[in-house]
Design a protein around this ligand. Sequence first.
Ligand SMILES: Cc1cc2nc3c(=O)[nH]c(=O)nc-3n(C[C@H](O)[C@H](O)[C@H](O)COP(=O)(O)O)c2cc1C
Length: 166
Amino acid sequence: MELDLRTVMRHFATGVGVVSTWAEGPDIPGGRRHDAITVNSLIPVSFGPPLVSLSLRHGSVFLSDLLQSQRWGVSILAADGADTARLLARSRESRAKALETLPAVPGQHTGALLFDGPGWMECALADSFTVGDHLMVIGTVLATGVRAPRDPLVFLHGSLTPATAP
Ligand SMILES: Cc1cc2nc3c(=O)[nH]c(=O)nc-3n(C[C@H](O)[C@H](O)[C@H](O)COP(=O)(O)O)c2cc1C
């Protein structure tokens, strides 16, 4: 029987978040270019010390920036964040346009953008290793924040679905 990991994983509901980082350089207008992508691979892997993992596709231009800055922000999306998730899953050029209008603030510990949502964290690269066609990045959590609880956004059956919190 042929293995079809994508098909079986469609039945596994995950939360949805936005990961942000930046690139710096003399050739970048203003000296810094922010970028942010939609992810559902966020996992807390240790609480003492606080560590989280992300699985990012090899060849991703976002991943290349993240490995340079070694810092990133994570914003957990709420049920009304499906449009944001769709916008930030597009090409870098489209994401750059979306970032001009999406409300976000630079995190105090990393400078990475933090977006609207019930919770956020700021991370520094602790480790990374290749797992097949992805790079697993492990981040030390430098800071966290929670806002008022809201219904979550869930990725299930290939769709971004607003869910109801119990
Ligand atoms: C719901 C959802 C979850 C995603 N999760 C991940 C993820 O965990 N890792 C990843 O590398 N890309 C993920 N993506 C794709 C990225 O959002 C984005 O499309 C990709 O990084 C773009 O590649 P680039 O960095 O080369 O522009 C996800 C997309 C969606 C819609």
